[in-house]
Write a protein that binds this ligand. Structure first.
Ligand code: CP
Ligand code: NVA
Length: 308
């Protein structure tokens, strides 16, 4: 069965571990599962890290990346998502997309699965629902900085969105305890917290006060308060998130060895103070560089390559 990569919960805890091991394996020890094959990388939104890390990961696995802007293929405007999937599966071993609507990805995956003439792995490069490639890089970075993750605490201060959802899932699969804090109207619903509580064997909670979330935390994460597509809500969001910035005072409540993490791009003076993101506890550039290693690990796993 084709292993699509739409959400972190498409993976078991053991598979997350396998991906992270593949991510750290020297490139010359990996097979070249994409030799002679293509990867379509389709972006409905801008990107720095995801585009470059995926293009380089595809190249390192022997394949050829084809970057395409969303409007060029025009999901459901130029032609149906289903037709795009079936055509591209004939050219490419991977169809990766950054989309506004997560159902575009599920439709790409369903179309490929229901098509006998060609096959491809569908990869989520960020949707409104999830950012699994980011989460694998986050877990890899936390493991490198903190060692064994089981029993460690992760705090996420900010919008419950694509990044925090995938971070919560991978942290729970890794046996971590997760605390989310933001203004209550941006919090995970009770049903979502119940769903998260069924993942792995970590524990998860929403807390009103950021200090309660970071208390004793080993990793403190945040993300922009204004995601791509929410630009019209920028001023309102910035007002509502006032008091939820990660600054030095908040970091001082965390474990003394805690790392600060951010998927980037970051907005200094809003969700994070410059003294934190540019300070000694920050792991953001290691985290950003790990996007390449994580992308290579995810692709190698999904393409069924676990050895030389
Ligand atoms: N973190 C992340 O996905 O960055 P880009 O939007 O630059 O790809
Ligand atoms: N939550 C952000 C992440 C950017 C990498 C967004 O969706 O824009």
């Amino acid at each position: 069965m084709t292993r699509h990569v739409l959400e972190v919960v498409d993976f078991t805890a053991a598979e997350v571990d396998e991906v992270l091991q593949l991510a750290e394996r020297p490139i010359d020890e990996l097979a070249r599962p994409l030799a002679g094959a293509g990867a379509a990388l389709i972006f409905e939104k801008p990107s720095n890290r995801t585009r470059h890390s995926m293009e380089m990961a595809v190249a390192q696995l022997g394949g050829h990346p084809v970057y395409t802007r969303g409007e060029e293929v025009g999901f459901d405007t130029r032609e149906p998502v289903e037709d795009i999937a079936k055509i591209m599966a004939g050219y490419h071993a991977v169809i990766a997309a950054r989309v506004f609507d997560h159902t575009t990805l599920t439709r790409l995956a369903d179309s490929v699965d229901g098509f006998d003439s060609a096959d491809a792995v569908v990869v989520n490069m960020l949707s409104d629902r999830a950012h699994p490639l980011q989460a694998f890089a986050d877990a890899l970075t936390m493991r490198q900085r903190l060692g064994e993750l089981r029993g460690k605490r992760v705090a996420y201060i900010g919008d419950y969105n694509n990044v925090s959802r995938s971070l919560a899932e991978i942290s729970l699969l890794s046996g971590m305890s997760v605390r989310v804090s933001c203004p209550p109207s941006f919090a995970p619903s009770a049903a979502e917290l119940e769903r998260l509580a069924t993942i792995g064997d970590g524990d998860v909670a929403f807390v009103d006060r950021p200090t309660d979330a970071v208390d004793g935390a080993h990793a403190v994460h945040t993300d922009t308060w204004v995601s791509m597509g929410q630009e019209a809500e920028k001023e309102v969001r910035r007002r509502m998130f006032d008091g939820f910035a990660v600054d030095a005072a908040l970091m001082s409540q965390a474990d003394p060895g805690a790392v600060f993490m951010h998927c980037l791009p970051a907005y200094r003076g809003f969700e994070v103070a410059a003294e934190v993101i540019d300070g000694p506890q920050s792991a953001v550039f290691q985290q950003g560089h790990n996007r390449l290693h994580a992308a290579r690990g995810v692709l190698a796993f999904a393409l069924g390559s676990s050895g030389a």
